[in-house]
Design a protein around this ligand. Sequence first.
Ligand SMILES: Nc1nc2c(c(=O)[nH]1)N[C@H]1C(S)=C(S)[C@@H](COP(=O)(O)OP(=O)(O)OC[C@H]3O[C@@H](n4cnc5c(=O)[nH]c(N)nc54)[C@H](O)[C@@H]3O)O[C@H]1N2
Ligand SMILES: Nc1nc2c(c(=O)[nH]1)N[C@H]1C(S)=C(S)[C@@H](COP(=O)(O)OP(=O)(O)OC[C@H]3O[C@@H](n4cnc5c(=O)[nH]c(N)nc54)[C@H](O)[C@@H]3O)O[C@H]1N2
Ligand SMILES: [Mo]
Length: 772
Amino acid sequence: MSSAPIDDPRQDAPRVGEPKSAAAGIPAVVNSVRIVGRQAGPRRGLLTLLNVNQDKGFDCPGCAWPEPDHRHAAEFCENGAKAVAEEATRRAVQPEFFARHSVADLAGRSGYWLGQQGRLTRPMYLAEGADHYVPVTWDEAFDLVAGELTALDSPDQAAFYTSGRTSNEAAFLYQLFARRFGTNNLPDCSNMCHESSGSALTETLGVGKGSVLLEDLYQADLIIVAGQNPGTNHPRMLTALEKAKKAGARIITVNPLPEAGMQRFRNPQTPGGVLGRGTRLTDLFLQIRLGGDLALFSAFNRLLLQADEAGTGTPIDHAFIEEHTSGFADFAAALLKPDEATFWAEVGEATGLSRERIEEALAMVLASRRTVVCWAMGLTQHRHSVPTIREVVNFLLLRGDIGRPGSGVCPVRGHSNVQGDRTMGIFERPDDRFLDALGAEFAFEPPRHHGYDVVRTIRAMRDGAVKVFFAMGGNFVSASPDTLATEQAMRRCSLTVHVSTKLNRSHAVTGARALILPALGRTDRDVRDGRERFVTVEDSMGKVHASRGSVPPLSPDMRSEVDIIAGLARRVLGPGDTVPWEELAADYDRVRDRVARVVPGFEDFNARVRAPGGFTLPHAPRDSRSFPTATGRANFTVNEITVLRVPEGRLLLQTLRSHDQYNTTIYGLDDRYRGIHDGRRVVLVNPRDAERLGAADGDYVDLVSEFADGVERRAPHFRVVHYPTAEGCAAAYYPEANVLVPLDSTAEVSNTPTSKSVVVRFEADSGVPAVI
Ligand SMILES: Nc1nc2c(c(=O)[nH]1)N[C@H]1C(S)=C(S)[C@@H](COP(=O)(O)OP(=O)(O)OC[C@H]3O[C@@H](n4cnc5c(=O)[nH]c(N)nc54)[C@H](O)[C@@H]3O)O[C@H]1N2
Ligand SMILES: Nc1nc2c(c(=O)[nH]1)N[C@H]1C(S)=C(S)[C@@H](COP(=O)(O)OP(=O)(O)OC[C@H]3O[C@@H](n4cnc5c(=O)[nH]c(N)nc54)[C@H](O)[C@@H]3O)O[C@H]1N2
Ligand SMILES: [Mo]
């Protein structure tokens, strides 16, 4: 990792070497220790690392991958260590910092530079027309927000965003506050992330969450990992995959990129991983074109149906289909309808894979009695993501692979509590059952009309329909699509408020007035009135457990998210409110008691969460093969194959994560496994495409995206890197490439921005941009 945070755009000067073919090993350990030491120092560093993911410790703020029952003394990974180090850092942003740097100055810095300044420590206010943020007291801050909120014509003129690190307790109170105030405008990072999974799974299985536990992975015969890069984004998943392999599982990886982590894993906690070559993970690599997964799973399903018709083996679980599903006949008829030539021509075009290759994969499917499909953003951020995931469900239903050990759907969540936030009611389209329970518990009538998701919030701010934007964490400006459109929308607000741990671009691109409210993070000790408090989180597999911070907060002016929400709610709603805000905040057990009465599965919450390891939420399809869908059964669906065609001379571009970032938080300028160092403005291109486009390795180009609205979106000055990505499919890093993702290019049903399929052309380099 480069040591100096980037301040001068010319520092972004990528050097390119060979991609790696194995992940982790000793370099990962060395890197973890170095980063933590540099940010947090030896004492805070050790205090944090020894407490990550331990029973009495805190949940890693990195990803949502679950902790195994038998934990290692060091149950963290290189990237978890970076996430912890960023938060437990000794560097602090004090009021003097804001006196030195105007907002215009901050708006001209890179996200990397902003994040490297350290933790936010005081509430700061930017008055209308002012150049600098100035310190304010918490009471003044609450008064400012309350004044603005209560002056609105309608509660729907405010939007309350949530990022996925917010604890269950804070999320529950936050959504309660928004609804008590009168709106369902609760956009969250999920809208840009796994919303497509939630939509598809709720419709087909009745529960919008994954159906597998860690034990299922260990019992699986076959694990298909599609559209996911766990070596970087869920490194502890590699340990689980290694264990599954040792128990006999085989792995098919589906990805346009040959990601190092899925090739070979050198587990730093085993001698073989340190000294030997490690474990080969992938048995079959399907190098698919972007967006080709719907066609791939359709091909699997058609081959299964045909094998069944031919009477070879038992490709289909008829008993399961008969007893538990609905819609099979329509699904089968639609899938078998096209003639062979037409069908396979479409599959070939969409996937870039030969029929032989797909049949090779199918042979592995047929040899498996228990199959798990794991996926992440590679499947969720396309226009046809919901149909794609529905087709994955069709595939598992055909095999009877839902609700039996060793099989199921495994959408791997991103943010460490993004799943819990949704469970707690952070959702712009809540169902009546939830609202009824919430209203009954707190004696009020919640708003019933749906609120805005992320994309609709941006449009509403742009159009003047939302005037107050409040964010519980996150970096809305940099994480959202269409950066310039989003920035303009933010600037039209009368007030923007960010409850944050670290400085980011959303603090520099603001409404007429702005507030920064400094919050405690996962690693911080949360003490009030001399008593230490803990929060809870839910991992990607529906396990709920406690999280206790261990490092002393850098400033007494930082408050817990729960205290911030309660303080604000009290001010906005007045002392006579039906919700006893202060009483709840003073003791998180009281919040949990309320959750237990409102949210199914949380009965006896306080007792059960104190048991070692916490507890697992019920999941009807997994637990009892019952399906709370509209039909009362698991639903087969008909999904038409989509081929993403691009005009001559264009490429499809995906925007993804490097190894040295956490979403918009940039840890450094390297992407070690892909062989990229010291820079992030790179575009990975297949050499054959590059030749067609006349782009030599090392050339600099502008990326220009093309969309039906005719608006020109340009990302200047990207270094061309010849890379073994699927033909026709390029890749560049998020958030630098977000400027290219059109606001109105979203997935059907889920409305998720299509961050993994943007049509781009290359143009002559227009030089280093002012802000990178
Ligand atoms: N260290 C670290 N950890 C993280 C994060 C982070 O930024 N840094 N972010 C967290 C969050 S919020 C999330 S949501 C997750 C994200 O985790 P991932 O989804 O793994 O993240 P991406 O980098 O977006 O990677 C997408 C992967 O899908 C592949 N892909 C892209 N398009 C397609 C496609 O059409 N089909 C197929 N089959 N593959 C495709 C890409 O080549 C890449 O390997 O990670 C979480 N964990
Ligand atoms: N082009 C493109 N865009 C994407 C994606 C993509 O793949 N491509 N991925 C999308 C995905 S999957 C996601 S999840 C979103 C992420 O969107 P966000 O969740 O909005 O973004 P982050 O970068 O994770 O937010 C980082 C900020 O959160 C704050 N923070 C960190 N921890 C805490 C905490 O404990 N409490 C509080 N209050 N604040 C905290 C810090 O101030 C930090 O600067 O981005 C999406 N955007
Ligand atoms: Mo995410």
